[in-house]
Ligand binder design. Structure first.
Ligand SMILES: [Zn+2]
Length: 198
């Protein structure tokens, strides 16, 4: 039986995506063996994240400033807005420098199974941004999953009637493909060949 401290840390780590109890325990042991180096770095990094990071109240990105660096960057095309499910998708697109507009993070996707409804996502905030004007194109960059596409369809309907061009990522995304797992070439192809929502 490990100490309470180790049990607590193991339990906390095992809740991380992709880590089960077994790999969490291995990670804890690995950290304990490197308590003066890797563990210190991890503690510092976690502390810095906790202290410094905030959610951008405009787009939902996570950054050290609100509005975030992307929203505040005047070199970006303010007329183009790319809607993504999660911050990880924003980072994937932005890392690859594929898109020079701004973003909107929904905070998930509609899911009957998980009980995620339109009001659980930032769809109203998105509509307000578009209604405020200055945006010509909304790119729907949902994952190529059933729920992602349902979400894209729903948002396209809500945007109907507003003076904005609605496009979506080109097909050719692998079915079930989640943006942040795609290689940059595939992602670049999907965004370059984006097409109007029919
Ligand atoms: Zn922002």
């Amino acid at each position: 039986m490990a100490s309470q401290e180790i049990e607590t840390l193991t339990a906390a780590l095992s809740r991380l995506p992709g880590l089960g109890p077994r790999s969490a325990r291995r990670a804890v042991l690995w950290l304990i063996k490197r308590r003066e180096t890797s563990l210190v770095q991890l503690v510092d990094a976690l502390g810095a994240v906790r202290e410094a990071l905030v959610e951008c109240q405009t787009c939902g990105n996570i950054d050290t400033t609100n509005p975030c660096g992307i929203c505040a960057d005047s070199r970006r095309d303010a007329g183009s807005l790319c809607v993504v499910e999660e911050v990880a998708d924003l980072w994937a697109l932005d890392r690859a420098r594929l898109f020079n507009g701004r973003y909107h993070v929904l905070g998930g996707r509609l899911s009957a199974l998980d009980g995620v409804r339109p009001e659980d996502l930032t769809i109203d905030r998105l509509l307000r941004r578009v209604e405020e004007g200055g945006i010509d194109e909304v790119v729907l960059a949902m994952n190529a999953t059933l729920e992602g596409q349902t979400t894209a369809h729903y948002i396209a309907e809500r945007l109907e009637g507003l003076a904005v061009r609605i496009t979506q990522l080109a097909h050719g995304l692998p079915v079930g493909g989640e943006l942040d797992y795609l290689d940059e070439g595939t992602l670049a192809q999907a965004i370059r060949a984006r097409r109007p929502v029919s």
